[in-house]
Design a protein around this ligand. Sequence first.
Ligand code: TXA
Ligand code: MG
Length: 352
Amino acid sequence: MNRSKAKVVRVDKYEPDNGIIKEAGDLIKAGGLVAFPTETVYGLGANALDSTAAEKIYAAKGRPSDNPLIIHIAAIEALKKIAAYVPESALLLAEKYWPGPLTMIFYKSDIVPEEVTGGLNTVAVRFPRHEVARRLIAAAGGYVAAPSANLSGKPSPTKAAHVIEDLLWRVDMIIDAGYTDIGLESTIVDLTEDTPVILRPGYITKEQIKTAVGAIEESSNVIDENSTMLPKAPGMKYRHYAPEGELIIVEGKTKEVAAFINRAISEKTKNNEKAAVLCSEENRELYEKAYVLSLGSLKKTEDIAFNLFGALRFMDEKGVRFIYSEAFDTEHLGAAIMNRLLKASGNNVIKV
Ligand code: TXA
Ligand code: MG
């Protein structure tokens, strides 16, 4: 593993410096690791066609090697090189949502190393929209394997400071272009079955995917961590996005939820244990100022999605041991928000 400090460079989000992009692209071509912004979260990039480089990603993140990586491309032509077969439904989705926060899974071609796909015969592909990501991928040769740029298990990074916190001594370069746009990882759709299956909800909603391709299936996203079965999205069997403190989701009628959380927090506080609540802007007034953090308005679920991972990291910074969160509606983007909250809590839900 890399043991020297990463070079951290700041670039413009829309017009990154060509010299920096070339330097970063060359680093990836030479087998190095570069963290870079995408419109969803920051990614940790390596040459996807070089198995040794891809293995470095697992070491840097402390990620289990059976959890496959997404290959990022910057031109649709690249898809045909790494996918053995591209079904019509994929072309429909690509037409509508690429470049963008959508990952599609195909049978892989021979040039994709098994180290990248965690031994699977399928490959996850994403064509991001972020200008810095696109230019970097092109400069790096067109195929960049990139998981989220966090230590395995931690919340995904929505700004460079999060990447620096986790990976400063573990990668070669970190490209800082400020905040990402969306703040939650891409929607993942498996196109290797007759009917497309959503493996991970994201900014592109199931309604949007249905409209583009007709029928879809949703995989049940609650997979037992200790199960020995091979889940379709292998990452789903690991604990994810987790803060250091215990995260507890409280579900029920607004007033009853608030009453329960206020009572729980005052008890914890009495025992000198730090506790706090994550809630909607609309409900902020129901809690004591001292321990409330609003994620955003229920009328702007994009804000709640964007703020979630940062809020979990903030709780860690403050040493909060018990984090209570309101539950959110699972309509549209709410599905992705609740999916991440549930994973972060290890499905720790109290119904009141
Ligand atoms: O928005 C995103 O997708 C970000 C940015 C950096 O592009 N990337 C990201 O990567 O979230 P990562 O590695 O944190 O999550 C990828 C997920 C994992 O749960 C993994 O198991 C799943 O995709 N995956 C990758 N290849 C797969 C495959 N061939 N079959 C099923 N699941 C796959
Ligand atoms: Mg991740």
